[in-house]
Design a protein around this ligand. Structure first.
Ligand code: SF4
Length: 397
């Protein structure tokens, strides 16, 4: 299906021709923002902040949904993937992290290359992507990951390998005594296809210092992604919000991603997710409300004009909030995500047993059209769930 080019080309022209929702028409400031976007301009930080703080949340959602529809119509994307976390052993101890363990902890684990292959095997006919991240292992070097990726590719050539956060790449390079660029080149050659984007947290160093001291700083996160883009490795970018940051700092984060994307164009998707507190060490966190999650989705759709996809990550926010977000600017709900651990350790209750039929039912129940995509958003396939649409019940708000 030739959706890809149709999606991206001329969305502002389509936006100019679309009927403006009455709620937006009746809000002078939202109308002003729509005019900026239509004319090819950008929502700046101060307007972004005003958008975020609007008391007219339904109209903000309508505006973000309008812009989403100008790019992707009523389509909402998903894929079929499996998460495999290679190890929870980590030399760092980010305060928001419920996943990491010290190497002597009774629940610490590290999967051998063959164990990863055995994990993938039972799912290999139904997935086309493995999403693999882990802790900063004290011993593993680039050779370990190169062996892992080439074995995955040898065994499952059809599977896209989306792996490693920026800090893992930095750590592997340092453990191996080579540069980040050299590390990325070796990993790409052995089978790494893309980078998932985790670990951005908030790209403001004073915040990082409080929640993840010792991790790469903001510039390093952006630089590592930029290097990957320059080597032809696309990535996603993320934001962890609802810890100790201010709303202004969330918007500074969006602006930094937008600036990086202007330079290297390799971000495919922005994935914001709120902090989940179980088993973490951040008692002062100001947890994000559902309204804040939706506001972030909507404002990111309006500010990030150069990052095509905005993801409502249901593993973190759950089906109910995800269904609201795909009517408020998001166009993607990620995938089947078998075996997710990181969000579930921190308290997520999202079901892990969804197949593409159930994901499609969720999308249809939210009034949208399910479209299965590949990992790099170049192949699309409208998916008709096996059950009749007539018996798909809406999610109760
Ligand atoms: S977030 Fe990543 S780097 Fe930080 S402690 Fe957890 S596993 Fe380690």
């Amino acid at each position: 299906m030739e959706l890809s080019s149709a999606f991206e080309k001329g969305w502002r022209n389509r936006l100019r021709e679309m009927e403006i929702p009455i709620s937006v028409k009746n809000d002078e400031f939202l109308l002003h923002c729509l005019e900026i976007i239509k004319s090819g301009g950008r929502i700046n930080l101060s307007d972004g902040l005003k958008l975020y703080n609007t008391t007219n949340l339904p109209a903000l959602c309508s505006l973000a949904n309008l812009v989403k529809r100008s790019r992707f119509g009523d389509n909402v994307f998903f894929n079929e993937n499996l998460h495999v976390n290679t190890t929870n052993v980590c030399v760092l101890a980010c305060r928001f992290c419920a996943f990491r363990k010290g190497s002597r902890h009774s629940d610490a684990y590290e999967l051998s290359v063959d164990e990863v292959i055995h994990r993938i095997q039972p799912f290999s006919d139904s997935i086309d992507e493995v999403h693999s991240v882990g802790g900063l292992h004290p011993q593993w070097t680039v050779d370990h990951y190169a062996e892992l990726y080439s074995k995955i590719k040898n065994n499952f050539p059809h599977i896209h390998v989306k792996s490693l956060t920026a800090v893992e790449i930095k750590h592997i390079a340092s453990r191996s005594g080579i540069s980040v660029t050299e590390t990325l080149k070796l990993l790409k050659k052995s089978g790494l296809n893309s980078i998932p984007g985790g670990g951005a947290e908030i790209l403001v160093d004073s915040v990082r210092d409080r929640i993840c001291r010792g991790k790469e700083n903001s510039s390093e996160y952006l630089e590592i992604h930029g290097l990957a883009h320059s080597l032809g490795i696309p990535s996603n970018c993320t934001m962890l919000f609802g810890t100790v940051e201010t709303v202004e700092e969330r918007l500074i984060h969006l602006d930094k991603l937008r600036i990086q994307q202007d330079e290297t164009s390799g971000f495919q998707c922005f994935v914001p997710y709120p902090f989940l507190p179980d088993k973490t060490r951040l008692p002062e966190a100001q947890l994000a409300t559902t309204s804040e999650i939706i506001r972030i989705i909507a404002v990111s759709r309006l500010m990030l004009d150069n990052i095509p996809h905005i993801k409502a990550y249901r593993m973190n926010i759950g089906d109910f909030v995800a269904s609201l977000c795909i009517n408020s600017g998001a166009d993607d709900i990620d995938g089947t995500v078998g075996n997710e651990e990181i969000m579930h350790e921190a308290g997520s209750k999202t079901r892990l047993d969804y197949d593409k039929n159930q994901l499609s039912k969720l999308i249809i129940s939210s009034g949208q059209i399910p479209v299965k995509r590949n990992s790099v958003y170049t192949n699309f396939e409208e998916y008709e769930p096996v059950i009749s649409k007539a018996i798909v019940m809406p999610i109760n708000y």
